[in-house]
Design a protein around this ligand. Structure first.
Ligand code: MG
Length: 334
């Protein structure tokens, strides 16, 4: 029985043992599955969305999730915010020599459970083992394919003056949960990551607001980065109200203590939506009726292009620029 991962598990009979003892059963595939060189799909109606992401989060397990769940949610969400229905996932594992086999099993089970909830299928994968000290336990790369139904046109370049700007829930929990777990910060230990697959929330919102212009998940760089990216791609200015931005108390207090801006903190289960004014009320109700969108809020609107891409009216009546974080505030959060 495999107790820890060894370099010999990277090829030949060792790889075969690892695949059949741990990887295939824990990801829900039959041990006698025929392992082809590529997955083959029938062509679908609509457009294909295709995306990829690598996951290097530390620690591997954190309040609200782990690297396995994150690797499914991150890629599913990049498909979902393009209006795509997630279909198939590829999983590449880079394992460090000495990795505990029990930990590997937990991470793979977590991926399988999240795929089960999502309806996406792991259809292909790869496993490599590197020397001790050359990877922090494990890295995961996932690529995903989804199908965008005909008629949907969601793009970062579609925001128009008059549109309303919504966020799907309270901001900053993922980044603060990782920070607290990594640094052992007691004052932030109540933060639980928002890590979740958002495709059903997106579908519920699109059913109520079919002419939604832009959607983007607010991951690295937080909500501030997304507002700036959408404004730049669309050639507009986005104006938000500080009072309207939902920030949970555990994020407010941690950011206050550490001198961080909640708008800069990463999320793994929140998106920003830009919706035509006349569909914005229906969009907000649809979000709030869904388990993952209960804390959704309308935070602002789109204006003609001004001096800055994104501005915020502050709680005390001033106006400030919503800037993009200068670099990675907190590395290895996803
Ligand atoms: Mg994204």
């Amino acid at each position: 029985m495999i107790k820890t991962i060894q370099l010999s598990h990277g090829s030949g009979r060792g790889l075969d043992d690892l695949l059949h003892e741990i990887i295939l059963p824990e990801t829900g595939m039959a041990a006698d599955a025929v392992l082809e060189d590529a997955a083959v799909f029938p062509l679908q109606k609509g457009c294909i969305a295709f995306t990829t992401d690598s996951f290097v989060v530390q620690p591997l397990e954190f309040p609200g999730g782990d690297i396995g769940k994150l690797a499914v949610c991150g890629t599913v969400n990049d498909l979902a915010v393009m209006g795509a229905v997630p279909l198939a996932l590829s999983v590449a594992l880079i394992l460090e020599e000495g990795l505990d086999a029990g930990l590997l099993r937990r991470m793979l089970r977590s991926m399988r459970d999240e795929c089960g909830r999502t309806g996406i299928t792991i259809c292909c994968g790869d496993t490599k083992v590197v020397d001790k000290g050359k990877a922090d336990g494990m890295f995961i790369t996932t690529s995903g394919i989804g199908v965008v139904p005909a008629g949907r046109d969601i793009s970062a370049a579609n925001a128009r003056p008059g549109d309303r700007v919504l966020v799907s829930g309270p901001l900053g929990l993922h980044g603060i949960a990782i920070l607290a777990a990594r640094k052992g910060l007691n004052f932030a230990s109540l933060a639980v990551s928002d890590c979740a697959c958002l495709h059903t929330l997106v579908e519920a919102m699109l059913a109520a607001a079919p002419h939604t212009h832009c959607l983007r998940d607010a991951t690295r760089g937080g909500c501030a980065a997304v507002l700036n990216e959408l404004a730049a791609a669309s050639g507009v200015t986005i104006s938000i109200s500080q009072d309207a931005v939902p920030v949970p108390p555990e994020v407010t207090s941690a950011c206050g203590f550490l001198g961080l801006d909640p708008l800069h903190i990463a999320n793994e289960g929140r998106f920003v939506a830009v919706v035509p004014e006349k569909e914005s009320g229906a969009a907000l109700s649809a979000l709030r009726s869904h388990e993952l969108g209960k804390g959704a809020c309308m935070i602002g609107f789109v204006e003609k292009k001004g001096k800055f891409p994104a501005i915020m009216r502050t709680a005390i009546g001033g106006t400030r620029v919503v800037d993009v974080p200068p670099g990675e505030l907190l590395p290895r959060i996803c």
